[in-house]
Design a binder for this molecule. Structure first.
Ligand code: ARG
Length: 458
């Protein structure tokens, strides 16, 4: 117990169980030990403890770390308020009296948040690697499919043909924003609260720059009151994860649709799909469905912390102990989802001719015909209406676009000539696109080179 002095009674066992965060914050035990090691080294540097005491503390903390890693020391959750109390108690058992000097000039308020920031930095680094891996996988799949035609949709109605490569590169863009968001959170998290004490710094000559540098932070937090009560970095983290997961959820939905018999555009790997206990023919896209479904807890975690923070007066309040579980859960979930998505994209088998056959003569080439008229000097609104009549003509005669003859379309408008019929050719549809950012295979190839060179530096 870290604070018994002024109390006549021990904490009620139910109250201890209710208030203990041990089961959650044991996740940051390694970070907590690191914070303590650097704090002890700093205390020795400024002369608040002797070099011998610092050494004893250091070797005690190292012993705890190896005991933790080997499983030799894993106290039960009902014994301690949190991992920090547990570590300190174990240090007493190992080195005795000098353990009592470790907490000099320190409060659990600055200790906890320093460890949590260290953990968050590490988590972001792993997530960034996983996001980059997924981007690289998508770019390499895209490279094989710049001419694999698929339908592009608006309102889930066929709109214009695009390519699978173009579609995947849309997600590469989203993932890039996800990475940028994480990088922003990393820089916000990269500040050391250690030395802020309970809320108002210390009368002792603590060297905050030393602890900040030695823990690998870019600088110390500038205001002790803010430092111990700020959880904005965790909120930003949960927000970044929410947006990233929302993207994975959208992609999951597409994989689910694409693998239906109705779409039958892709086959997902057997190893990433499941069967039905009743229906022998079933192959279900459960991983994609679960990624989509896990979005619920991810946005819930963000809202949970936002709600905890609302209305909290400065500075530390015990409510803040509820801050870590959402981050731990969101990290684990997002990390696993990124890996599973990478595996699904790398192993999926697209039916490369499926849409080319399906879209042959499809009305989704109507805009191209309108553009043809615009190039002949017809105002777009008028061109739109003329093509509307061509569509009607085809529908009335039960034909597809590419079954119409020149004579037939000339009955709608005499301006049409042989070259207009090329607009009905699905094979050349992508190549006719001229603009930067369009699915023209040549432009998409350039985008692929752009991403390859950008991602090779990541
Ligand atoms: N377990 C607590 C937390 O994670 C530690 C801080 C306790 N501080 C206090 N003043 N009771 O927030």
């Amino acid at each position: 117990m870290l604070w018994g002095g002024r109390f006549d009674e021990k904490l009620n066992s139910l109250a201890l169980e209710f208030s203990s965060s041990y089961d959650v914050d044991k996740t940051i035990v390694i970070e907590d030990l690191m914070v303590s090691k650097v704090h002890a080294a700093m205390l020795a540097k400024v002369g608040l403890i002797s070099p011998d005491e610092a050494n004893q503390i250091k070797s005690g903390l190292e012993q705890i770390e190896s005991e933790w890693n080997s499983g030799a020391w894993h106290p039960g959750s009902s014994e301690f308020e949190d991992i920090h109390s547990a570590v300190e108690a174990r240090l007493y058992e190992i080195i005795g009296k000098p353990a009592g000097k470790l907490h000099t000039g320190r409060s659990r308020n600055d200790q906890v948040i320093t460890g949590f920031r260290l953990w968050t930095k590490k988590a972001i680094t792993s997530l960034l690697d996983a996001v980059r891996e997924l981007q690289k996988t998508m770019v390499s799949v895209a490279d094989n499919h710049t001419e694999t035609i698929i339908s592009g949709y608006t309102h889930v109605q066929r709109a214009q043909p695009v390519s699978l490569a173009f579609h995947l590169l849309a997600y590469v863009e989203m993932l890039n924003r996800d990475a940028k968001r994480l990088e922003f959170v990393l820089s916000e998290t990269d500040k050391s609260p250690l030395g802020s004490g309970a809320l108002a710094g210390s009368t002792l000559p603590l060297d905050r720059q030393y602890t900040s540098d030695n823990l690998g932070f870019s600088e110390p937090c500038r205001n002790a009151l803010d430092a111990v009560s700020d959880r904005d970095f965790a909120l930003d983290f949960l927000n970044a994860v929410s947006v990233g997961m929302m993207h994975l959820s959208r992609l999951s939905e597409e994989l689910v649709l694409w693998s239906t018999s109705e779409w039958s555009f892709i086959k997902l790997a057997d190893s990433l799909t499941t069967g039905s206990s009743l229906m022998p023919q079933k192959k279900n896209p459960d991983m994609a469905e679960l990624i989509r479904g896990k979005m619920g807890r991810i946005s819930g975690n963000y809202i949970a912390l936002l709600t905890i923070m609302k209305g909290l007066p400065l500075s530390y309040n015990r409510d803040l102990q509820e801050d870590k579980e959402p981050s731990f859960d969101s990290f684990k979930t997002y990390f696993e989802c990124l890996h599973l998505m990478t595996m699904m994209i790398a192993s999926m088998k697209p039916d490369t001719n499926k849409f080319e056959n399906e879209l042959k003569g499809d009305f989704s080439l109507a805009t191209d015909l309108a553009d043809w008229l615009v190039l002949k000097g017809i105002p777009f609104r008028e061109a739109h209406s003329i093509v509307g009549h061509v569509v009607k003509l085809a529908e009335d005669s039960g034909k597809k676009f590419d079954q119409l003859t020149l004579e037939e379309i000339k009955t709608v408008n005499s301006i049409f000539d042989e070259s207009a019929l090329e607009c009905f050719n699905i094979k050349t549809a992508l190549w006719r696109k001229k603009t930067f950012g369009s699915p023209n295979p040549e432009i998409v190839k350039e985008e692929i080179s752009y991403w390859n060179s950008l991602l090779s530096q990541k």
